[in-house]
Design a protein around this ligand. Structure first.
Ligand SMILES: Cc1cc2nc3c(=O)[nH]c(=O)nc-3n(C[C@H](O)[C@H](O)[C@H](O)COP(=O)(O)OP(=O)(O)OC[C@H]3O[C@@H](n4cnc5c(N)ncnc54)[C@H](O)[C@@H]3O)c2cc1C
Length: 414
């Protein structure tokens, strides 16, 4: 793989950019791989990458029914933070956040990680108590967060109205090294690095069945033929239930639409990310100047990748009290993704009832931030059969009642 650098750009500029390679090879499936990963979203690609980088397993195929990064990875609002309440969550999300800090250098691909700070507004007394509790928990977990006053909120985000009649701002949980990254670049960077290690990334290759023998996975049927494998990783977010069905087990999971929208581009006016959980909306400004707005999930299950109109109306209406300037903005685009939500709002990284078959799902509305940490942990789970980062997130927790309850920390889309 040709390294990207200032020198390479200068050299290519002198010869009309004719010397760049494809970022990743176009591959056709082989008959057999050591590991097959289903789903070329961020989590699937990161899993493949760390299988190669950390464990030297490179006879790997990543199968994608559509185009790489075209699922939730390319549809999210890119908020990255790690200030969760429970210890196992803080551990995996903080691992992930710290990997984001060096991802561009690690992948030699600019993922535009911007640690601009994320604040979660407390707009009820209940939230003040909850966020103070989370700040204390984070202090014990070694995650750097603080509870800040309304005056400090106003100082960080001058365009905010902190004295709203319904929901005044009473403070915020602030993580200064949280932020955003460019979602497509995360998928593309991992894909390029995987391809460079000799892995096959096969797009337009839908998995339609899972083959097994004596309780162990032996391969998958796809729209490009049968592919044998020793180990199978299912990393398909909103379609996890369908994949599990093919492998003969059920998941405690629901698939629902979550949507986001962006405004017309405007001059820089806000250089942090704001989440307002009570009014159910969140806001950041993209490098292009668009205000990126996310809301809540639809109240019913679906696979439509669209989301209903009343949710957009509700989200924007709710945010206007805190950000009155939004009322004068034109909205440019809206889109949706299908997120996979568990009862305790925590992910599933687990072995499954089918031998050799592993599942990574349940990141719901908040899995973009987890991509590198999840890939790191899932690779370890698949290579060694166990990872300390995934111990608490097994499927058995639903049978044993050991929930990792993050419904307060993850109750809003982010
Ligand atoms: C509107 C919106 C806003 C969000 N905002 C944030 C945010 O700000 N911060 C945050 O942390 N998270 C956010 N999220 C959540 C985040 O996007 C997801 O948790 C994360 O991207 C999941 O990544 P993934 O790789 O597991 O899934 P995906 O990116 O969805 O990848 C799964 C892939 O599997 C493929 N697939 C499915 N079935 C098959 C099959 N049978 N065969 C082959 N391939 C298959 C799909 O085509 C897809 O490409 C948001 C999500 C949405 C929808």
């Amino acid at each position: 793989m040709k390294r990207y650098s200032a020198f390479a750009i200068a050299k290519e500029a002198l010869r009309d950019h004719t010397g760049w390679d494809r970022a990743w090879r176009r591959a056709t499936p082989k008959k057999r791989y050591d590991v097959v990963i289903v789903g070329a979203g961020g989590h699937g690609l990161a899993t493949a990458y760390y299988l190669g980088k950390n464990f030297g397993i490179t006879n790997v195929a990543v199968l994608e029914k559509g185009w790489l990064g075209g699922g939730n990875t390319g549809r999210n609002t890119t908020i990255i933070r790690s200030n969760y309440l429970q210890d196992p969550s803080a551990a995996i999300y903080e691992k992930s956040r710290s990997l984001y800090e060096t991802m561009s250098q690690d992948l030699n691909y600019n993922v535009m990680f911007s640690p601009r700070g994320v604040m979660m507004l407390a707009q009820t007394e209940h939230e003040v108590r909850g966020f103070k509790r989370t700040a204390h928990a984070n202090a014990l977990q070694g995650v750097v967060t603080e509870f800040i006053s309304p005056a400090r909120v106003k100082q960080l985000v001058p365009i905010m109205n902190i004295d709203g009649p319904r929901y005044p701002v009473l403070g915020a949980l602030w993580q200064a090294r949280a932020g955003t990254a460019r979602h497509d670049a995360v998928a593309w960077g991992y894909a390029r690095a995987c391809s460079d290690m000799g892995m096959d990334i096969i797009q337009k290759c839908e998995v339609t069945g899972v083959q097994s023998d004596g309780g162990r996975v032996t391969g998958v049927s796809t729209t490009q033929g049968n592919i044998a494998c020793d180990k199978l990783g299912m990393v398909v977010a909103g379609h996890s239930g369908a994949l599990a069905d093919m492998a003969g087990f059920r998941l405690p999971i629901e698939s629902v639409a979550l949507q986001a929208l962006v405004s017309e581009p405007i001059k820089p006016c806000m250089d942090v990310v704001v989440m307002a959980n009570t009014v159910h909306g969140y806001l950041s400004q993209s490098d292009k100047g668009e205000m990126v707005i996310g809301g809540g999930t639809d109240g019913f299950n679906s696979y439509t990748q669209r989301g209903s109109f009343h949710h957009i109306e509700e989200t924007v209406r709710a945010l206007i009290e805190t950000f009155p300037m939004i009322s004068r903005l034109k909205m440019l685009r809206q889109w949706g993704g299908i997120v996979d939500i568990t009862g305790d709002r925590s992910p599933i990284l687990s072995k499954t009832p089918l031998g050799g078959c592993f599942i990574n799902c349940g990141w719901g509305t908040g899995g973009f931030k987890a991509i590198p940490g999840s890939g790191w942990a899932m690779a370890e789970l698949m290579a060694r059969g166990r990872s300390p980062l995934t111990d608490a997130f097994g499927l058995n927790r639903f049978r044993e009642g050991r929930f990792v309850d993050e419904s307060v920390a993850a109750g809003v889309a982010h």
